[in-house]
Write a protein that binds this ligand. Structure first.
Ligand code: HEC
Length: 140
């Protein structure tokens, strides 16, 4: 009996994960050059996040704050041509983008105070915005 149930369970899990792969994200069209720029910003977001986690692991909260503010925070918006990208974004996407920048600046302020646990908690609001935007929008 159990030998029959296990493969069925495994099949159910597979069926469920392929159902999740169905495309439900809204398509956002950027001009090709800006699309490349946006993806390059994204890869830098990922790298910055990795550096922040590395800094936190070594208890270097000031360094983590610095990376967050410069590369993800409200001050990062100019260097990332966010202005020209924002013109093509639907309102909801723009809002999540703003939430991410402002969560990163908030994280920087919290991290500077030196409490690791509060810093991790504030970082969650940043990654939450990554997840939220990726779940809702695509550019290709
Ligand atoms: C406002 C929306 C938004 C936010 C916020 C956002 N992203 Fe993205 N990201 C996108 C979109 C749209 C794509 C393209 C996805 C697609 O077309 O399949 C993307 C793609 C990426 C890619 C793939 C890049 C490539 O070269 O293919 C990475 C990595 C990435 N994001 C990391 C992050 C990280 C890390 C964060 C948070 C710190 C983040 N993103 C926040 C919208 C966002």
């Amino acid at each position: 009996m159990i030998k029959k149930i296990i493969p069925i369970l495994i099949l159910c899990i597979f069926a469920n994960s392929t159902a999740n792969a169905e495309e439900t994200r809204q398509y956002v069209k950027f001009p090709p050059k800006l699309q490349l720029k946006q993806l390059s910003n994204m890869r830098d977001h990922m790298a910055a996040l990795n550096e922040i986690l590395e800094n936190l692991a070594f208890d270097e909260l000031d360094e983590a704050a610095d990376v967050a503010e410069k590369r993800l925070g409200l001050s990062a918006r100019h260097s990332h041509s966010t202005g020209s990208l924002a013109k093509y974004m639907p309102k909801g996407m723009k809002q999540v983008g703003y939430n991410m920048h402002s969560a990163a600046s908030h994280f920087a302020q919290v991290a500077k105070k030196g409490n690791l646990e509060s810093a991790y908690e504030a970082l969650m609001a940043v990654t939450q915005s990554c997840v939220e935007c990726h779940a809702g929008y695509r550019t290709r």
